[in-house]
Design a protein around this ligand. Structure first.
Ligand code: SAM
Length: 208
């Protein structure tokens, strides 16, 4: 089975150990969120184009970012950059609720249709500028940004619960960005860099 091989050869091999993350990666049907002409490579070890100049992330990066969020069934997570909906689906297998925002209306609509057809009822969709967060649903137990920011949107930091973290690629349009974890400690924020990544840029008012 493609997903079993994907998990053992791309994800476990690179050190992901969280059992809930591994189970979610084994379960989510990535092929249903990939364009028809890319079906043969739906489980390949790289990102894939999804139209509008955007991408579905590499499976390992999705697993790595999910593990950094330390997800569990009590948590409510905000995702910025719905894209194909794959990261949202992986999170929705583990956490209580996923709130996902996409700035390109056609992608937002396609992800919503696909994820609802796949049976997800705990993913909440919004079309708009995710850099502003989702204040009506804040605070969140974790926030994940799946596009590269030049600056960390302050609105997102302020929508974190105490002790919660924001996982975000930092580096804007640089070729390699640093996947960073920002942890809220009262009114202070601690930033830790992890691995180098390559994401499409975060757009919107917070990046101007
Ligand atoms: N998480 C996605 C997935 O699983 O397929 C991959 C996301 S793709 C690498 C980045 C997405 O972020 C694109 O769909 C892009 O349109 C979106 N994006 C960029 N800036 C945004 C913003 N300010 N608010 C919301 N979405 C944004």
């Amino acid at each position: 089975m493609n997903r079993e091989i994907m998990v053992s050869s791309q994800i476990e091999m690179r050190g992901i150990t969280n059992p809930a993350v591994l189970a979610a990666m084994r379960k989510v049907e990535r092929n249903k969120l990939v364009p028809d002409d890319l079906q043969p490579v739906a489980y390949a070890d790289n990102p894939l184009p999804i139209g509008h100049g955007q991408t579905i992330s590499q499976p390992f990066i999705v697993a790595y970012m999910t593990e950094l969020l330390d997800p569990d069934p009590s948590k409510r997570i905000l995702e910025i950059g719905t894209g194909s909906g794959y990261q949202a689906a992986v999170l929705a297998e583990i956490v209580k609720d996923v709130y996902t925002i996409e700035i390109i209306p056609a992608l937002a609509e396609r992800a919503k249709v696909n994820l609802e057809a796949m049976g997800y009822r705990n993913i909440h969709f919004r079309t708009g500028d995710g850099g502003l967060g989702w204040p009506e649903e804040a605070p969140f137990d974790g926030i994940i940004v799946t596009a590269a920011a030049g600056v960390i949107p302050e609105q997102l930091m302020m929508q974190l619960k105490e002790g919660a973290c924001l996982v975000i690629p930092l580096g804007g349009t640089s070729i390699v960005q640093s996947l960073s974890v920002v942890v809220r400690e009262g009114e202070k924020f601690k930033i830790r860099e992890t691995i180098g990544v390559r994401f499409v840029p975060l757009t919107g008012v917070t990046q101007q």
